[in-house]
Design a protein around this ligand. Sequence first.
Ligand SMILES: [Zn+2]
Length: 317
Amino acid sequence: MSGQWQNIGRDDPRPIVLSLYASGRSGSTVIGMLLAQGESVFYAGELQALWGPTPLADELCSCGAPMLSCELWRAVFEEAFGCVPDARMIARLRFLRDATSRARHVFLEEAFRRRPQWGAMQREFLEHTVHLYLAIQRVTRCRVIVDTSKWPSYVLLLARQPALEVRVTHLVRDPRAVAYSWQRAKAWRTTGAQQVRRQSPWRSAMSWLRENALLGMMRPFFHQHYMRMRYEDFARAPVTMLNSLLRFVGVPELKAPASTREFHVRGHHVFGANPDRLGRDEIIVQPDEAWRTELSLAHCWSVRMITLPLALRYGYL
Ligand SMILES: [Zn+2]
């Protein structure tokens, strides 16, 4: 396997992975879908979740096909691994991912490295992961792969891989708007029963704080390949903000007029991500202010108190 990716790395330019990192319900899916309207940009979805918790055989691609039947993803898997992953391979990769790429593994890496086989396990997981991104580049012929994976430690490990060029955009959204969004049920489409995910405002605020703080702690590792963006700024001027992201990864800007708010999205093959957005061919971007009147005062204040230091830092007064 390593021989194969070394060949790809030598002959083709390295793929640019744009990690659009955000805590849940912060709008990364819609931005990923719209970025993919750019030249040579493919929005892959939340690739860290490819190996679970939902079994890959039960996951749907945004094109409507089950992931293991979607023509594009089958071609990617064949290119990356020489086969479409079976249950045994999926279980192995899930085990390797969970044993080597969580936040504790990054922060306590020296201690984990003293464990027998741990380094080899991490190498095995990362080798498969790098293969996957190189295969996406080869199959889609896109230079930029947008990934909305939700683990900061996974993003950091990606950034360390010499075969990839990783750029990190830290997308933040007002924690009160996020808490309001988590109160609304959203169906998670799979090939079987739909799952519904919701969170209380308190849990939402704790997750927001933890997930944003973690990426903030890892920021020095990304050097100049890091930018922060507020969802509210995107919602106010979507084309301007999308173009700043496209400049960040060095591909041409959108040709749409700056005032555009309605976008047609087609031909997408997104894995995971927010299911509300994935079944649509049209996306209309509007500032989302519903939380200001719909979130109760008590919830508003409890979210504010929990998230205060970081929220202020991001300009949420
Ligand atoms: Zn598909």
